[in-house]
Design a protein around this ligand. Structure first.
Ligand SMILES: Nc1ncnc2c1ncn2[C@@H]1O[C@H](COP(=O)(O)OP(=O)(O)OP(=O)(O)O)[C@@H](O)[C@H]1O
Ligand SMILES: [Mg+2]
Length: 174
């Protein structure tokens, strides 16, 4: 994979295949810890759930990953548990808090689809993964809003540049 080695604390990637997006999720799974929250934003079909599938695989959790659209969140037990939440149908962030956001953060990695809908209750220091359809594939902007998330981006960049997780259809973009 060609190196961008951006020092800006932001990564921009292009995924040309479903498997490449899953690989990026897996690389993210190697870069996060319990208490980290990744907010996924982007339109219907952008690939948010595909990315979480890769994340779940890297964390080694149990259960099939699917859009948890009709429940607020799904808890996947495992060595590093994952909570996969979806804010698409929520009226307000309060519902996410009532569903247990603080408890999730205490014991799991938390991925929230449609995070922009509930931004007011999410930790200030979080990772945002913004996905959009571009040139037949997906443009994926990853940025941090604090030092903890900034460290995730650094680890993720290391994994993508020097780890053995990669895919020929996953590239740094700008
Ligand atoms: N490069 C790609 N990366 C991810 N998904 C892709 C890519 N190219 C095509 N797709 C397709 O786009 C769709 C992404 O679906 P996915 O359920 O992940 O979207 P989503 O963002 O979670 O949508 P929703 O908001 O409805 O939950 C899948 O049908 C997948 O096959
Ligand atoms: Mg989804």
């Amino acid at each position: 994979m060609a190196a961008d080695a951006s020092k800006s604390g932001k990564l921009v990637l292009y995924s040309g295949a479903v498997e490449a997006t899953e690989m990026l999720g897996a690389a993210l799974g190697c870069s996060v810890r319990v208490g980290d929250l990744a907010g996924l934003v982007g339109p219907l079909g952008a690939g948010k759930t595909v990315l979480v599938r890769g994340l779940a695989r890297a964390l080694g959790v149990q259960g099939r990953v699917a859009s948890p659209s009709f429940i607020v969140a799904r808890f996947h037990p495992g060595p590093v548990p994952l909570v996969h939440a979806d804010a698409y149908r929520l009226e307000s962030g309060r519902e996410l808090v009532e569903a247990g956001l603080d408890e999730w953060l205490a014991q799991a990695v938390v991925a929230v689809e449609w995070a922009d809908r509930v931004a007011e209750v999410l930790p200030d220091d979080r990772l945002t993964v913004a996905m959009s359809v571009a040139s037949g594939g997906r443009r994926i902007d990853i940025y941090a809003s604090g030092p903890r998330a900034g460290a995730i981006i650094q680890r993720l960049q290391e994994v993508l540049l020097h780890g053995d997780i990669g895919h020929r259809d996953l590239k740094f973009a700008s």
